[in-house]
Ligand binder design. Structure first.
Ligand SMILES: *[C@@H]1O[C@H](CO)[C@@H](O)[C@H](O)[C@H]1NC(C)=O
Ligand SMILES: *[C@@H]1O[C@H](CO)[C@@H](O)[C@H](O)[C@H]1NC(C)=O
Ligand SMILES: *[C@@H]1O[C@H](CO)[C@@H](O)[C@H](O)[C@H]1NC(C)=O
Ligand SMILES: *[C@@H]1O[C@H](CO)[C@@H](O)[C@H](O)[C@H]1NC(C)=O
Ligand SMILES: *[C@@H]1O[C@H](CO)[C@@H](O)[C@H](O)[C@H]1NC(C)=O
Ligand SMILES: *[C@@H]1O[C@H](CO)[C@@H](O)[C@H](O)[C@H]1NC(C)=O
Ligand SMILES: *[C@@H]1O[C@H](CO)[C@@H](O)[C@H](O)[C@H]1NC(C)=O
Ligand SMILES: *[C@@H]1O[C@H](CO)[C@@H](O)[C@H](O)[C@H]1NC(C)=O
Ligand SMILES: *[C@@H]1O[C@H](CO)[C@@H](O)[C@H](O)[C@H]1NC(C)=O
Ligand SMILES: *[C@@H]1O[C@H](CO)[C@@H](O)[C@H](O)[C@H]1NC(C)=O
Ligand SMILES: *[C@@H]1O[C@H](CO)[C@@H](O)[C@H](O)[C@H]1NC(C)=O
Ligand SMILES: *[C@@H]1O[C@H](CO)[C@@H](O)[C@H](O)[C@H]1NC(C)=O
Length: 288
């Protein structure tokens, strides 16, 4: 018997049903990692561009318009140099300090401590601007730089060491502006005895480490149950998108979900059962 137009139509319909009804669209959308700037394979909790907001947490939105991903935190922009998704670690720099020590505005570095902390190999570097006299010779200060801001040439200094409280208060008196910028310890140590302005830029561009926590352990459990991590914006809670439907933490097996319903999930309404039955028919058709 040759296949009739009718049976072809039925098969196409069922394939359509399988695509649209059997797999939750949030599950399939969030299965896609994305490329942002020069970084590929970015997944939960990050989102942006083609990856919808429910695939990540609001705080982890990435702006992909430049050559590197940019994340905004506490109204500061951070340029992401690398994402290490197995250790939940970011390598970042402040976007306003990228390739320069003269930003257009001055602000300390603050991070959102609900989700981030500095890695243990990160330390502060201190930069001072608009200084009214020379600080060279004071503990650890051996180099000066200038910044042209608003037609004004400012003299600045920096140190990688903590200052004694005496020296510190002198520096604060002399320089109207002081700012802390985190850097990797190993980079700071490498230039400790060779403080040049080129090296200062290199250490700033080398970045610093941030550890993130966006329900990491719940997300691991979700992935182990073959789910995709996501976010429910109406409850502001983690959600695990599973092939058939979302669950709060991890995908439930059909058996434990509805014991005694012959392997089909109890959906509470007849449509769900019909869809499940169609999925099953579709599954059978795929193999015969
Ligand atoms: C998410 O999935 C739906 C349904 O498959 C699709 O229409 C939509 O374009 C997807 N969204 C994104 C951002 O990929
Ligand atoms: C983690 O990164 C690896 C390598 O870039 C990538 O293959 C994988 O999909 C990523 N996993 C997640 C969950 O982002
Ligand atoms: C991304 O960054 C660019 C350049 O800074 C900016 O113009 C744009 O509005 C940003 N997009 C979003 C979605 O924040
Ligand atoms: C941070 O990223 C920069 C630029 O990709 C790289 O040179 C540096 O080695 C990275 N540092 C760490 C500690 O991963
Ligand atoms: C940065 O923090 C220090 C110490 O908390 C403060 O004295 C300084 O004014 C801050 N700098 C700016 C630019 O806000
Ligand atoms: C730098 O100091 C001068 C005078 O001490 C002051 O007029 C100027 O506003 C300061 N610049 C900034 C950016 O704070
Ligand atoms: C800088 O100098 C130029 C020319 O002298 C002047 O037109 C401009 O208004 C100045 N800008 C500021 C911010 O003072
Ligand atoms: C500098 O001070 C900070 C905080 O007060 C401290 O955590 C750090 O260990 C000190 N670093 C050095 C080199 O003494
Ligand atoms: C100077 O003192 C301030 C306020 O106590 C402190 O936050 C900062 O870390 C000190 N800076 C240095 C370089 O020791
Ligand atoms: C200091 O750093 C510069 C690079 O900025 C390098 O060319 C020079 O050899 C270094 N000097 C010493 C003594 O290490
Ligand atoms: C989000 O939470 C609300 C309230 O509990 C619930 O009705 C909704 O189904 C959840 N959405 C997802 C995608 O889990
Ligand atoms: C996830 O993390 C947030 C904040 O870190 C916390 O309030 C919440 O209880 C955690 N668990 C879930 C299921 O969202």
């Amino acid at each position: 018997m040759k296949p009739s137009l009718f049976s072809m139509t039925v098969i196409l319909f069922l394939l359509h049903v399988r695509k649209t009804s059997c797999v939750d669209y949030r599950y399939s959308n969030c299965s896609q990692t994305f490329q942002c700037g020069s970084i590929a394979n970015i997944g939960y909790p990050y989102w942006g561009q083609k990856r919808p907001d429910y695939c990540g947490r609001p705080e982890f939105e990435l702006n992909c318009t430049g050559d590197a991903p940019v994340m905004t935190m506490e109204s500061l922009q951070f340029r992401i140099l690398d994402i290490y998704n197995t250790s939940y670690t970011l390598n970042v720099t402040r976007a306003d300090y990228w390739d320069t020590y003269c930003p257009s505005e001055f602000s300390n570095t603050t991070i959102d401590s609900s989700f981030f902390e500095y890695t243990s190999n990160t330390q502060n570097m201190f930069l001072y601007y608009n200084c009214t006299r020379s600080l060279i010779g004071l503990a650890g200060i051996s180099n000066q730089f200038t910044c042209d801001i608003d037609n004004d040439t400012m003299t600045g200094y920096y140190t990688l060491k903590n200052l004694t409280s005496d020296t510190n208060s002198t520096v604060r008196e002399v320089c109207g502006i002081n700012v802390n910028i985190p850097v990797y310890q190993e980079n700071a140590q490498a230039i400790q005895n060779n403080l040049t302005n080129d090296n200062l830029v290199q250490v700033l561009d080398g970045g610093f480490g941030l550890l993130w926590d966006a329900n990491n352990s719940i997300c691991e459990a979700c992935r182990e149950s073959n789910g995709q991590c996501g976010y429910n914006s109406s409850t502001n809670q983690f959600v695990c998108f599973c092939e058939d439907q979302p669950f709060p933490a991890s995908c439930q097996t059909t058996e434990s979900d509805s014991p005694g319903s012959a392997g089909f999930r109890q959906r509470g309404h007849i449509l769900g059962r019909v869809v499940n039955a169609l999925c099953f028919v579709d599954f059978v058709l795929m193999y015969f």
